[in-house]
Design a protein around this ligand. Structure first.
Ligand code: SER
Length: 346
């Protein structure tokens, strides 16, 4: 049942934008560009649309020049709606990738701050998108689910009662993004990312970080102490697939989208002991020890063991490229090369 009549102007305008495809000129701003996803997605968007069309932004100055070449850098605190709106207007932006947020373990350490950054930042992004007729990508997460969710083959539409503050902000964010779409015609879209494994920027305090740290420690020290139990199953994805998901869902024909915020997407699921076994195929002497962190273990136990992402596959053609085997081989090759050059640190 449609609760709100769709407003003509905004909806048409946004649909037109999303149908432009990759050959058309579009300007994109990325918030949280210096973070784990932003630091790679910014360059991928620059490659796809041209760096002259990309505005990279972060609350931190790009002092090390890590974002150089990805686009124009703007220092931006997403909690300031005025700054946010000005950056969008000045740069003629029509697509916003709103990545600035706190991850799950950090959020649990300071839930009030997490609510403020994750929700007030999102409200600003939605308002700026509404006022300036921008499309908006907002990442949700496996963290949006909770212990009452069916944790095996987790459906797209199911019970979502997360216990973590991170999850509370993710579910609230999904609802708000759908609300802005129905009420104001803002072209909001998102995916529920699983743990993301990458080799450029370390994640900043999530529950799934072990699956990144393990590679650095395996190469540097030949051993890793894991904070999750050996049999904790979680969905994961290699960064190239995460970037592909973020771009493809925004370029999808809106006529095919029955869902918007947010799509289950996954590429693989494994436990710490399965990942250790895969690493051992390359580094036979690799040793894994366990020292359980009760906070992150409780969060992980309340998240899906593996998700069903058939809606994303059906509605916009989602298909990941990397599985556990190919991701592990690539991570070890890239980081191994960096270590050989003396540039691997954690
Ligand atoms: N990787 C995220 C976290 O662990 C999940 O969205 O917080």
């Amino acid at each position: 049942m449609a609760l709100f009549p769709l407003p003509d102007v905004g909806q048409d305008n946004n649909i037109r934008r999303m149908q432009m495809g990759k050959d058309e000129k579009r300007s994109v701003i990325i918030t949280g560009s210096a973070g784990q996803i932003g630091s790679e997605l910014s360059f991928a968007l620059a490659k796809r649309y041209g760096a002259d069309r990309i505005v990279v932004s972060d609350i931190r100055d790009d002092t090390e020049g890590r974002l150089e070449g990805a686009g124009r850098f703007v220092k931006l605190d997403v909690l300031s709606k005025d700054e946010f709106g000005a950056a969008v207007r000045r740069n003629n932006v029509d697509v916003i990738y709103h990545l600035a947020a706190l991850l799950s373990a950090v959020a649990e350490g300071n839930p009030q701050k997490a609510w403020k950054i994750n929700m007030e930042g999102l409200v600003n992004a939605l308002e700026v998108a509404r006022e300036n007729r921008c499309s908006l990508f907002v990442p949700s997460s496996i963290g949006a689910f909770g212990p009452d969710t069916p944790l095996d083959d987790t459906p797209q539409d199911t019970i979502m009662r997360p216990y973590s503050m991170y999850g509370v902000t993710k579910v609230s964010g999904e609802l708000l993004c759908d609300y802005y779409n129905r009420k104001f015609g803002v072209d909001t879209r998102g995916v529920r990312f699983p743990g993301i494994i990458s080799n450029v920027t370390l994640p900043g305090g999530g529950t799934t970080d072990y699956a990144v740290e393990i590679f650095y420690r395996a190469i540097l020290e030949g051993r890793y102490t894991c904070y999750l139990k050996p049999d904790t199953s979680l969905d994961m994805m290699y960064m190239p697939d995460a970037i592909k998901a973020a771009i493809e869902v925004m370029e999808a024909d809106p006529a095919g989208l029955r869902h918007r915020n947010a799509f289950n997407v996954t590429a693989m699921h494994f436990t710490p002991e399965m990942l250790a076994a895969e690493i051992r195929k390359h580094i036979p002497g690799f040793r894994m020890e366990y020292k359980i962190d009760p906070v992150r273990q409780a969060i992980a136990d309340s998240w899906p063991n593996f998700m069903n992402d058939s809606c994303a596959r059906k509605e916009w053609g989602w298909a990941p490229e990397y599985d556990l085997e190919s991701m592990t081989a690539d991570m070890l090759e890239v980081l191994g090369k960096r270590a050989a050059e003396g540039g691997l640190e954690i």
